[in-house]
Design a protein around this ligand. Structure first.
Ligand SMILES: [Fe+2]
Ligand SMILES: [Fe+2]
Length: 289
């Protein structure tokens, strides 16, 4: 796999602040089906949350592996900020997963399965492909982040404020650092065919992981044993923006040879959210340590 340094332009300046967020998750105040769309949506979101701690550790290792190859001071600074943001996401998702575990979700089992799967992947894949997997999944998190932050119905999505807080804060930061893994990949490999095929394989793996985890999680829920309730809940989650055409068209854009994550930038949207959560009267200022 050849280097593609010749086509790499200096990294654009980006603001990627590492916010020391520490949210209190009190399982007594979180309704068991905490998503407004009901049971199935709550299980899917729980599974996503279970993918984050080990997933983000994998991302950090994949990018950090190439830290010495990054000579551009701006990109080096962004790599450090990326590692800082992901480490805190990982910690906070562990905390929310523990709280969801106390509500009866099999978060510990799902987390263990994800950890084993990623450990195997780490052993099997060469470093450039691990980085390509990371860049692909970072495109997923940035796309899901954009859909969440731009949805006017975001207010009513979660019935517990701390759940809304972790996902909106996490979404902001995924949007802020969406280009870091990609830029490192372009620097050390830049191979378009590998990037594109890895996105296809990652999509299959990601969908299988979410589907298997959701079935496993639903099997532990006594309410899911009523076929009518299960079907109604499944129908309710079909209107979610996370299964919309917009999602797949933004994901597909990644296959373009000249794609860059900045093509999906939306600075005004980001600024609005940063101000809303962390501005002078921000909703999450009290969660900063
Ligand atoms: Fe993250
Ligand atoms: Fe990320």
């Amino acid at each position: 796999m050849g280097c593609n340094n010749a086509s790499v332009t200096p990294t654009a300046e980006r603001t990627i602040p590492v916010r020391r967020v520490d949210i209190d998750f009190d399982s007594a105040s979180i309704p068991r089906h905490y998503m407004a769309d009901g049971m199935v949506a709550s299980h899917v979101v729980t599974v996503l949350s279970c993918l984050f701690p080990s997933g983000e550790d994998f991302f950090v290792d994949s990018v950090r592996h190439y830290r010495d190859r990054v000579t551009d001071p701006e990109l080096r600074r962004q790599v450090t900020a990326f590692v800082g943001q992901e480490a805190i996401h990982s910690r906070e998702h562990r905390a929310v997963n523990d709280a969801l575990g106390r509500l009866g979700y099999p978060t510990a089992t799902i987390d263990r399965n994800v950890t084993v799967a990623l450990r195997t992947l780490r052993r099997l894949l060469p470093p450039p492909m691990r980085l390509a997997v990371t860049a692909a999944l970072e495109h997923y998190t940035a796309t899901l982040a954009y859909l969440l932050l731009s949805d006017p119905a975001v207010e009513g999505m979660a019935l517990a404020p701390e759940i809304r807080a972790i996902f909106t804060w996490h979404a902001i930061e995924e949007f802020e650092h969406k280009a870091v893994a990609f830029d490192v990949y372009q620097l050390v490999s830049g191979n378009h065919a590998l990037r594109s095929i890895t996105m296809r394989l990652t999509t299959v793996g990601f969908l299988i992981a979410v589907a298997v985890g959701t079935v496993q999680s639903l099997l532990s829920d006594p309410d899911a044993r009523h076929p009518r309730a299960l079907l109604a809940s499944l129908r309710a989650s079909r209107s979610s923006p996370f299964v919309s055409r917009a999602l797949w068209s933004r994901i597909r854009d990644y296959h373009r040879r000249d794609f860059h994550p900045d093509d999906h930038d939306d600075p005004e949207l980001l600024e609005r959210w940063v101000d809303r959560l962390f501005g002078p009267a921000g909703e999450m200022v009290g969660s900063l340590r």
